[in-house]
Design a binder for this molecule. Sequence first.
Ligand code: SF4
Ligand code: SF4
Length: 144
Amino acid sequence: MNKKYIGYCGIYCENCAVKVKVEPASKILYAEMKKAGFEEIMHLLPDGDRFWSFIEGMAVHGVCASCKEGGGNPECAVRICAKEKNIEICASCESYPCEKFAELFKGYPLLPHDNSIFREKGMEAWSKLQEERKKRGFTYADEK
Ligand code: SF4
Ligand code: SF4
């Protein structure tokens, strides 16, 4: 497991729908549109240039860097706090789960379970769980 994909909150970036579904889909759409010659006519379509720049950026440069590399919400309070405390993953923080997790738990209902695995069984068990999910094409969005 590449640790740079472990979000401070305990989300594993490799299992995010953006990475698993949206980015690959954008590559297919971009390639098909390019093959069909859309690049030359996009400026004729409403907001065509903006769309082309968006889809090209997504397909060529990727949608999101990982949490640890600055992707996601730049104002994420969890990340700001964890960085200030020099904590790699909040599950290892003595204040976990702090009040900053209330909203995150609503959006990611598996997160309390996953972070409990980390706290009770350690990084190895947590990594095994995430890698097993990755192999079967899981995304957090599927569990909402
Ligand atoms: S940016 Fe915030 S919510 Fe997103 S993975 Fe990182 S810590 Fe979690
Ligand atoms: S207090 Fe601890 S658990 Fe809460 S966001 Fe900061 S580092 Fe994470």
